[in-house]
Write a protein that binds this ligand. Sequence first.
Ligand SMILES: N[C@@H](CCC(=O)N[C@@H](CS)C(=O)NCC(=O)O)C(=O)O
Length: 261
Amino acid sequence: MTSTDLKIFSYLPNPRVWKALIAGEYCGAQIEVSGDKPRNLGNWLWDAKPRLLADDERTDASPYARTGRRGFKGTLYKTDEFLLAHPFGTVPAAFSPDGAIGIFESNSILRAAVRSAEDDQGLYGKDTYEASRIDSFLDASLVFAREAQVYLLGIENLSTEAYARMAGAYEFYLDGMERALGTSAYLAGDALTLADIAYVCDFGQFLRERFFAEALQKQSLTPIAARLAEEFPRAFAHLLDLGARPQFAKHLGNYLQGLAA
Ligand SMILES: N[C@@H](CCC(=O)N[C@@H](CS)C(=O)NCC(=O)O)C(=O)O
């Protein structure tokens, strides 16, 4: 029997969870995932041992009742232990196999998956400096992903400033990715690393804006990534190439469908 290296609780499916799962495909880390559809996560007790709550446990009088703060509306049920392990109270929420240590932020969960494997298969670079360069890409992806999160949550009713801010973040991020891919086959060098995995998941998630073209049009706006293939051809091809590989496709499913056209 193989033992668990990492446990993750989240709404599912979630591209932020796929980061660790894709890494696991390459390095063999055993990851146990639990959770439910986004709209059902309010029926769960958020804890190191998450469980579905009975109807009579889901009341405002519950000691676990908290107001959703980012992306969730209404009441969520989070234990004090959960909030100690996860001070920002977010999912994906990872735990060490014994549940004692909480790991938050999907890029850190991705790192934890790779660190927990017996052989990281070079996903985190060959030495301190390569690992640190990979961290640089992960940080840049997190900054982009935060902008994308705000943009997508508000996409039905954007201010001029919000749209311009996202357009600026997009141009900055993609310009860097395009340049990095001008000199090497992968973002951080000649081999696949965590940088590429985070890029596919974070940028792939941003590209959900294509499903809101009508909502954008009503606001006299166009999808920011409408000219992605022409403006950032290397970054675009890298996304499609990686997304089609079996280790990615197993988790992404048809998430990138329609982009190639
Ligand atoms: N940058 C974080 C984002 C996590 C995040 O913001 N999660 C939101 C849902 S999208 C959450 O758990 N919100 C909990 C709440 O609303 O209380 C990551 O990559 O893990």
